[in-house]
Design a protein around this ligand. Structure first.
Ligand SMILES: C[S@@+](CC[C@H](N)C(=O)[O-])C[C@H]1O[C@@H](n2cnc3c(N)ncnc32)[C@H](O)[C@@H]1O
Length: 255
């Protein structure tokens, strides 16, 4: 019996995207390079995505370093999916946003507080005197991965345990029901991951990101196609610079 190797149906398009991604890299157009390399990776999963590895290394030095060792250690006992390396990038991004711009940090999707405590401890360590706060938005109900639990109490306990409850406003609501009528220096999107939810979150907040402010997404990776779809549009819309990408945490800055 003979077996026939078949050229994967999307391979040609993937190869074109790989070449375009490499060209974008040579122009230092990192947003476009990542969007194209991710498309190629989705079309041809065997593609080892060297472009993405090179990109990660180049981006690693853009945001100023902070010592996040204690912050990352603190978040590690809180239930959730943020990895220590992603938490370190989230802390660097938060520190940069509040040092560079006046305003508050908004989180969409707090769950039990793993990312919330990371950002709150960062605000506490770098800029409490500026009055920056973390606005943590989550309905805390009906989330499948919470197995029916009400995560509001768990989030409150996490914040109290780490002495940051005075820095965080817990808003028990859906993202699109919250008026964003205050100055904002950074928004972190980690709510529901289906395409229509992530795109709704993105479209609701995007005009509140001013020049120099940051927008971050968690779970930008092939097994969350809804997040990838929402982020691709941001990467390709020409208004942002890619300033960080560790694990599946991606950070862009509006120029
Ligand atoms: C992936 S979890 C967030 C994980 C959290 N950022 C962490 O680091 O552990 C997603 C959260 O989004 C919340 N969520 C669901 N719909 C939402 C909405 N419309 N607005 C804000 N949050 C929402 C869920 O209740 C859930 O807690």
């Amino acid at each position: 019996m003979s077996t026939h190797w078949r050229w994967p149906p999307d391979a040609n398009r993937a190869l074109i995207n790989i070449v375009r991604a490499e060209r974008a890299m040579t122009r230092s157009d990192y947003c476009r390079a990542l969007a194209l390399a991710m498309s190629a990776h989705l079309q041809l999963p065997q593609y080892p995505s060297w472009t993405i590895d090179v990109l990660r290394r180049r981006l690693a030095t853009i945001l100023p370093e902070i010592d996040s060792t204690a912050i990352v250690r603190a978040m590690d006992d809180v239930e959730g999916w943020l990895t220590p390396a992603e938490a370190a990038l989230l802390a660097r991004a938060t520190a940069h946003a509040i040092r560079e711009g006046s305003g508050h940090v908004v989180e969409i999707g707090s769950f039990c507080g793993r990312s919330t405590v990371t950002m709150a401890l960062t605000i506490k360590s770098v800029a409490l005197d500026q009055g920056s706060r973390l606005i943590a938005i989550d309905p805390h109900e009906g989330y499948s991965d919470a197995s029916g639990r009400d995560t509001y109490e768990l989030l409150s306990q996490t914040l109290c345990k780490h002495n940051v409850e005075h820095i965080v406003d817990i808003i028990r609501a859906r993202s699109t029901d919250v008026a964003l009528d205050f100055p904002i220096c950074m928004i972190f999107i980690d709510g529901l991951h289906d395409a229509s939810s992530v795109c709704a979150d993105r479209d609701y907040v995007i005009d509140h990101i001013r020049t120099g402010s940051l927008l971050a997404f968690h779970d930008y990776r092939p097994d969350f196609p809804g997040v990838v779809k929402a982020v691709q549009d941001v990467l390709l819309d020409g208004h942002f610079d890619l300033v960080g990408f560790t694990g599946s945490l991606l950070v862009v800055c509006r120029h």
